[in-house]
Design a protein around this ligand. Structure first.
Ligand code: TXA
Ligand code: MG
Length: 319
Protein backbone atom coordinates (compact mmCIF):
# COMPACT_ATOMS: atom_id res chain seq x y z
CA UNK A 1 0.00 0.00 0.00
CA UNK A 2 1.22 3.47 -0.82
CA UNK A 3 0.47 6.59 1.25
CA UNK A 4 1.07 10.26 0.99
CA UNK A 5 3.22 10.66 4.11
CA UNK A 6 2.43 13.65 6.32
CA UNK A 7 4.62 15.02 9.09
CA UNK A 8 2.90 16.88 11.94
CA UNK A 9 2.24 17.21 15.63
CA UNK A 10 -1.45 16.24 15.63
CA UNK A 11 -2.13 13.47 18.16
CA UNK A 12 -5.72 13.11 16.97
CA UNK A 13 -4.57 12.38 13.45
CA UNK A 14 -2.01 9.85 14.72
CA UNK A 15 -4.62 8.21 16.96
CA UNK A 16 -7.11 7.85 14.15
CA UNK A 17 -4.61 6.09 11.87
CA UNK A 18 -3.55 3.75 14.68
CA UNK A 19 -7.16 2.94 15.56
CA UNK A 20 -7.73 2.00 11.92
CA UNK A 21 -4.89 -0.51 12.22
CA UNK A 22 -2.35 1.59 10.26
CA UNK A 23 1.18 2.54 11.31
CA UNK A 24 2.47 5.88 12.56
CA UNK A 25 6.06 6.90 13.30
CA UNK A 26 6.37 8.17 16.88
CA UNK A 27 8.99 10.20 18.70
CA UNK A 28 10.67 8.81 21.81
CA UNK A 29 13.62 10.05 23.84
CA UNK A 30 15.85 7.41 22.22
CA UNK A 31 14.99 7.08 18.52
CA UNK A 32 11.79 7.32 16.47
CA UNK A 33 9.63 4.19 16.48
CA UNK A 34 7.42 2.67 13.80
CA UNK A 35 4.25 2.07 15.81
CA UNK A 36 1.15 -0.07 15.47
CA UNK A 37 -1.45 -1.46 17.88
CA UNK A 38 0.47 -4.06 19.90
CA UNK A 39 -2.67 -6.11 20.51
CA UNK A 40 -3.50 -6.40 16.81
CA UNK A 41 -1.55 -9.10 14.99
CA UNK A 42 -2.40 -7.56 11.62
CA UNK A 43 -0.77 -4.29 12.64
CA UNK A 44 2.31 -6.26 13.72
CA UNK A 45 2.43 -7.90 10.29
CA UNK A 46 2.43 -4.43 8.73
CA UNK A 47 5.36 -3.38 10.92
CA UNK A 48 7.45 -6.36 9.78
CA UNK A 49 6.46 -5.81 6.12
CA UNK A 50 7.07 -2.08 6.13
CA UNK A 51 10.53 -2.38 7.68
CA UNK A 52 11.38 -5.49 5.71
CA UNK A 53 12.20 -7.01 9.07
CA UNK A 54 12.54 -10.78 9.51
CA UNK A 55 9.75 -12.34 11.58
CA UNK A 56 12.19 -13.88 14.07
CA UNK A 57 13.09 -10.43 15.41
CA UNK A 58 10.51 -9.44 18.07
CA UNK A 59 9.11 -5.97 18.76
CA UNK A 60 9.27 -3.72 21.84
CA UNK A 61 5.86 -2.83 23.29
CA UNK A 62 5.42 0.74 24.53
CA UNK A 63 3.08 1.52 27.41
CA UNK A 64 1.93 4.74 29.05
CA UNK A 65 0.98 3.48 32.51
CA UNK A 66 1.32 0.60 34.96
CA UNK A 67 -2.11 -0.85 34.15
CA UNK A 68 -1.15 -1.35 30.54
CA UNK A 69 2.12 -2.96 31.59
CA UNK A 70 0.42 -5.36 33.97
CA UNK A 71 -2.09 -6.47 31.33
CA UNK A 72 0.77 -7.63 29.10
CA UNK A 73 2.86 -9.65 31.53
CA UNK A 74 2.64 -12.16 34.38
CA UNK A 75 3.13 -10.76 37.86
CA UNK A 76 6.30 -8.91 38.67
CA UNK A 77 8.29 -8.74 41.90
CA UNK A 78 9.73 -5.90 43.96
CA UNK A 79 12.99 -5.75 42.09
CA UNK A 80 11.20 -5.22 38.78
CA UNK A 81 8.99 -2.62 40.44
CA UNK A 82 12.10 -0.83 41.73
CA UNK A 83 13.53 -0.71 38.19
CA UNK A 84 10.28 0.68 36.80
CA UNK A 85 10.12 3.28 39.57
CA UNK A 86 13.69 4.35 38.93
CA UNK A 87 13.79 4.41 35.13
CA UNK A 88 10.28 4.70 33.69
CA UNK A 89 9.43 6.68 31.76
CA UNK A 90 12.88 6.32 30.24
CA UNK A 91 15.27 4.35 28.02
CA UNK A 92 14.99 0.97 29.78
CA UNK A 93 13.30 -2.05 28.18
CA UNK A 94 12.44 -5.00 30.42
CA UNK A 95 12.01 -8.57 29.18
CA UNK A 96 9.17 -10.04 31.27
CA UNK A 97 7.08 -13.21 31.02
CA UNK A 98 4.21 -12.32 28.79
CA UNK A 99 0.47 -12.71 29.24
CA UNK A 100 -1.78 -14.27 26.56
CA UNK A 101 -2.87 -10.73 25.55
CA UNK A 102 0.33 -10.28 23.55
CA UNK A 103 0.14 -11.70 20.02
CA UNK A 104 2.78 -14.39 19.31
CA UNK A 105 4.13 -12.47 16.38
CA UNK A 106 5.01 -9.44 18.52
CA UNK A 107 7.31 -11.64 20.63
CA UNK A 108 8.43 -13.84 17.73
CA UNK A 109 7.00 -16.77 19.67
CA UNK A 110 9.29 -16.20 22.70
CA UNK A 111 8.01 -16.49 26.27
CA UNK A 112 8.98 -12.95 27.19
CA UNK A 113 7.70 -9.61 25.95
CA UNK A 114 9.92 -6.53 25.77
CA UNK A 115 8.24 -3.58 27.53
CA UNK A 116 9.12 0.02 27.94
CA UNK A 117 7.55 3.34 28.89
CA UNK A 118 9.09 6.00 26.66
CA UNK A 119 9.96 9.40 28.07
CA UNK A 120 8.24 11.63 25.55
CA UNK A 121 5.12 13.62 26.42
CA UNK A 122 3.61 13.52 22.93
CA UNK A 123 3.94 9.75 22.68
CA UNK A 124 2.71 9.11 26.22
CA UNK A 125 -0.35 11.23 25.44
CA UNK A 126 -0.82 9.34 22.16
CA UNK A 127 -0.73 5.94 23.87
CA UNK A 128 -3.20 7.13 26.51
CA UNK A 129 -5.53 8.43 23.84
CA UNK A 130 -5.34 5.23 21.77
CA UNK A 131 -6.08 3.13 24.86
CA UNK A 132 -3.85 0.30 23.63
CA UNK A 133 -0.08 -0.24 23.86
CA UNK A 134 2.07 0.39 20.79
CA UNK A 135 4.50 -2.11 19.32
CA UNK A 136 7.34 -0.13 17.83
CA UNK A 137 10.75 -1.06 16.51
CA UNK A 138 13.01 1.78 15.46
CA UNK A 139 11.52 3.52 12.40
CA UNK A 140 14.28 2.61 9.95
CA UNK A 141 14.36 0.00 7.23
CA UNK A 142 15.83 -3.28 8.48
CA UNK A 143 19.55 -3.04 9.18
CA UNK A 144 19.82 0.65 8.32
CA UNK A 145 20.56 3.76 10.39
CA UNK A 146 18.06 4.52 13.18
CA UNK A 147 16.17 7.84 12.89
CA UNK A 148 16.46 10.59 15.50
CA UNK A 149 14.41 13.22 13.64
CA UNK A 150 11.12 13.19 11.74
CA UNK A 151 13.16 14.01 8.62
CA UNK A 152 15.28 10.86 9.03
CA UNK A 153 12.07 8.81 9.19
CA UNK A 154 10.69 10.52 6.08
CA UNK A 155 13.92 9.74 4.22
CA UNK A 156 13.40 5.99 4.69
CA UNK A 157 9.62 5.53 5.02
CA UNK A 158 8.14 8.14 2.65
CA UNK A 159 5.06 6.58 0.94
CA UNK A 160 5.15 3.56 3.26
CA UNK A 161 3.22 5.09 6.20
CA UNK A 162 0.50 7.75 6.43
CA UNK A 163 1.82 9.85 9.31
CA UNK A 164 4.97 10.85 11.19
CA UNK A 165 4.32 12.42 14.59
CA UNK A 166 7.03 15.05 14.92
CA UNK A 167 8.32 15.40 18.46
CA UNK A 168 11.59 17.12 17.57
CA UNK A 169 15.07 15.60 17.71
CA UNK A 170 15.47 12.69 20.15
CA UNK A 171 17.02 13.71 23.46
CA UNK A 172 19.05 10.54 24.19
CA UNK A 173 19.84 9.43 20.66
CA UNK A 174 20.70 5.74 21.17
CA UNK A 175 18.18 2.97 21.75
CA UNK A 176 16.99 1.76 25.14
CA UNK A 177 18.97 -0.58 27.35
CA UNK A 178 17.44 -4.08 27.19
CA UNK A 179 17.43 -5.98 30.46
CA UNK A 180 16.11 -9.35 31.62
CA UNK A 181 16.67 -12.13 34.13
CA UNK A 182 18.00 -15.60 33.45
CA UNK A 183 17.86 -18.02 36.40
CA UNK A 184 17.23 -15.01 38.62
CA UNK A 185 20.35 -13.15 37.43
CA UNK A 186 20.03 -9.89 35.53
CA UNK A 187 21.64 -9.57 32.11
CA UNK A 188 22.01 -6.60 29.82
CA UNK A 189 21.16 -7.75 26.30
CA UNK A 190 21.70 -4.38 24.66
CA UNK A 191 23.70 -1.43 25.95
CA UNK A 192 21.65 1.74 25.68
CA UNK A 193 20.42 4.95 27.24
CA UNK A 194 20.58 3.67 30.84
CA UNK A 195 24.09 2.66 31.82
CA UNK A 196 25.32 -0.35 33.78
CA UNK A 197 26.42 1.89 36.66
CA UNK A 198 22.97 3.50 36.86
CA UNK A 199 21.37 0.04 37.09
CA UNK A 200 23.69 -1.46 39.65
CA UNK A 201 22.44 0.37 42.76
CA UNK A 202 19.12 -1.35 42.19
CA UNK A 203 20.00 -4.81 40.90
CA UNK A 204 23.66 -5.24 41.78
CA UNK A 205 26.28 -6.35 39.31
CA UNK A 206 24.80 -7.15 35.92
CA UNK A 207 26.48 -9.07 33.18
CA UNK A 208 26.51 -7.31 29.84
CA UNK A 209 26.17 -10.00 27.22
CA UNK A 210 27.32 -9.39 23.73
CA UNK A 211 24.01 -10.61 22.43
CA UNK A 212 25.28 -10.97 18.88
CA UNK A 213 27.11 -14.07 20.11
CA UNK A 214 23.79 -15.53 21.00
CA UNK A 215 20.89 -15.06 18.66
CA UNK A 216 18.52 -15.90 21.56
CA UNK A 217 18.21 -12.14 21.85
CA UNK A 218 17.36 -12.04 18.19
CA UNK A 219 17.65 -8.42 17.16
CA UNK A 220 21.20 -8.16 18.27
CA UNK A 221 22.56 -9.15 14.93
CA UNK A 222 26.25 -8.42 14.56
CA UNK A 223 25.52 -6.20 11.55
CA UNK A 224 23.00 -3.43 12.03
CA UNK A 225 22.48 0.32 12.05
CA UNK A 226 24.47 0.47 8.84
CA UNK A 227 24.96 3.37 6.44
CA UNK A 228 24.99 2.59 2.71
CA UNK A 229 28.53 3.83 2.46
CA UNK A 230 30.91 1.15 3.79
CA UNK A 231 32.15 1.98 7.27
CA UNK A 232 35.30 0.96 9.15
CA UNK A 233 36.45 1.60 12.71
CA UNK A 234 39.62 3.61 13.38
CA UNK A 235 41.40 3.35 10.02
CA UNK A 236 40.34 3.25 6.40
CA UNK A 237 41.25 0.00 4.64
CA UNK A 238 43.88 0.31 1.91
CA UNK A 239 41.47 0.18 -0.99
CA UNK A 240 38.93 2.60 0.44
CA UNK A 241 39.24 5.21 -2.31
CA UNK A 242 39.91 8.90 -1.87
CA UNK A 243 36.74 10.38 -0.60
CA UNK A 244 36.53 9.46 3.06
CA UNK A 245 34.12 10.75 5.70
CA UNK A 246 35.34 10.72 9.30
CA UNK A 247 33.10 10.43 12.33
CA UNK A 248 35.20 11.98 15.12
CA UNK A 249 34.53 12.00 18.83
CA UNK A 250 35.38 15.51 20.06
CA UNK A 251 37.64 17.37 17.66
CA UNK A 252 38.54 17.86 14.03
CA UNK A 253 41.77 16.39 12.70
CA UNK A 254 43.72 17.44 9.63
CA UNK A 255 42.29 15.82 6.52
CA UNK A 256 43.34 15.63 2.91
CA UNK A 257 41.28 17.33 0.19
CA UNK A 258 38.12 15.39 -0.63
CA UNK A 259 37.74 14.13 2.91
CA UNK A 260 34.89 15.26 5.19
CA UNK A 261 34.38 15.00 8.91
CA UNK A 262 31.60 15.15 11.47
CA UNK A 263 32.42 15.81 15.13
CA UNK A 264 30.00 14.05 17.48
CA UNK A 265 30.65 16.02 20.64
CA UNK A 266 32.52 19.32 20.32
CA UNK A 267 32.00 19.65 24.11
CA UNK A 268 33.60 16.24 24.79
CA UNK A 269 30.43 14.98 26.51
CA UNK A 270 29.39 11.40 25.74
CA UNK A 271 25.71 12.33 26.03
CA UNK A 272 26.16 14.88 23.27
CA UNK A 273 27.88 12.20 21.19
CA UNK A 274 24.98 9.79 21.74
CA UNK A 275 22.43 12.44 20.79
CA UNK A 276 24.27 13.25 17.55
CA UNK A 277 25.44 9.75 16.59
CA UNK A 278 22.75 8.80 14.09
CA UNK A 279 22.47 12.35 12.69
CA UNK A 280 26.23 12.19 12.01
CA UNK A 281 25.92 8.84 10.25
CA UNK A 282 22.91 10.02 8.23
CA UNK A 283 24.73 13.18 7.21
CA UNK A 284 27.98 11.51 6.16
CA UNK A 285 26.09 8.75 4.39
CA UNK A 286 24.16 11.29 2.30
CA UNK A 287 27.40 12.74 0.87
CA UNK A 288 27.97 9.75 -1.40
CA UNK A 289 31.59 9.27 -0.29
CA UNK A 290 33.69 6.14 -0.95
CA UNK A 291 34.17 5.17 2.66
CA UNK A 292 33.32 6.22 6.22
CA UNK A 293 35.65 5.81 9.18
CA UNK A 294 34.44 6.08 12.77
CA UNK A 295 36.63 6.87 15.72
CA UNK A 296 35.43 4.88 18.75
CA UNK A 297 34.48 7.03 21.75
CA UNK A 298 35.62 6.49 25.38
CA UNK A 299 34.14 3.14 26.40
CA UNK A 300 32.38 4.19 29.59
CA UNK A 301 28.81 5.13 30.50
CA UNK A 302 26.70 5.73 27.43
CA UNK A 303 29.90 5.48 25.38
CA UNK A 304 29.46 1.70 25.49
CA UNK A 305 26.16 1.96 23.65
CA UNK A 306 27.76 4.25 21.06
CA UNK A 307 30.70 1.89 20.47
CA UNK A 308 28.32 -1.06 20.27
CA UNK A 309 26.35 0.69 17.48
CA UNK A 310 29.53 1.69 15.65
CA UNK A 311 30.83 -1.88 15.76
CA UNK A 312 27.58 -3.21 14.31
CA UNK A 313 27.47 -0.48 11.68
CA UNK A 314 30.97 -1.53 10.61
CA UNK A 315 30.27 -5.27 10.55
CA UNK A 316 30.01 -6.96 7.18
CA UNK A 317 26.50 -8.09 6.51
CA UNK A 318 25.86 -11.50 5.03
CA UNK A 319 24.54 -11.43 1.45
O1 TXA B 1 14.81 2.73 22.28
C1 TXA B 1 14.28 1.75 21.75
O2 TXA B 1 14.29 0.63 22.30
C2 TXA B 1 13.58 1.95 20.41
C3 TXA B 1 12.40 2.91 20.59
C4 TXA B 1 11.57 3.05 19.36
O3 TXA B 1 11.64 2.46 21.67
N1 TXA B 1 13.18 0.72 19.84
C5 TXA B 1 14.04 -0.19 19.32
O4 TXA B 1 13.43 -1.27 18.74
O5 TXA B 1 15.23 -0.05 19.34
P1 TXA B 1 14.18 -2.30 17.78
O6 TXA B 1 13.13 -3.20 17.28
O7 TXA B 1 14.94 -1.57 16.76
O8 TXA B 1 15.07 -3.11 18.75
C6 TXA B 1 14.45 -3.93 19.69
C7 TXA B 1 15.34 -5.00 20.16
C8 TXA B 1 15.65 -6.01 19.11
O9 TXA B 1 17.01 -6.29 19.21
C9 TXA B 1 14.80 -7.20 19.50
O10 TXA B 1 15.38 -8.42 19.12
C10 TXA B 1 14.76 -7.08 20.99
O11 TXA B 1 14.68 -5.70 21.21
N2 TXA B 1 13.56 -7.70 21.53
C11 TXA B 1 12.28 -7.28 21.37
N3 TXA B 1 11.43 -8.13 21.96
C12 TXA B 1 12.17 -9.10 22.51
C13 TXA B 1 11.87 -10.28 23.24
N4 TXA B 1 10.61 -10.61 23.52
N5 TXA B 1 12.90 -11.06 23.64
C14 TXA B 1 14.18 -10.73 23.34
N6 TXA B 1 14.54 -9.62 22.63
C15 TXA B 1 13.55 -8.82 22.23
MG1 MG C 1 16.42 -0.95 15.53
Amino acid sequence: MSFETWIGTDINEATSWLQKGELVAIPTETVYGLAGNALDEKAAVKIFDTKDRPLYNPLIVHVANADQASSLVQEWDEEVQALMDAFWPGPMTLLLDRSPAVPDLVCAGLDRVALRMPDHDLTLALIEQCGFPLAAPSANLFGRISPTTAGHVFGQLDHLIPYILDGGPCRVGVESTILGRENSRWKIYRAGGITQSELEPIIGYTEAINASDRPAAPGMLPWHYAPRTPLALNHPPRNSGDRIGWLRFSSLSPVVPGERQFVLAPDGDLHTAARRLYAGLHELDALGLDFLVAEPVPDSGIGRAINDRLKRAAAVRPE
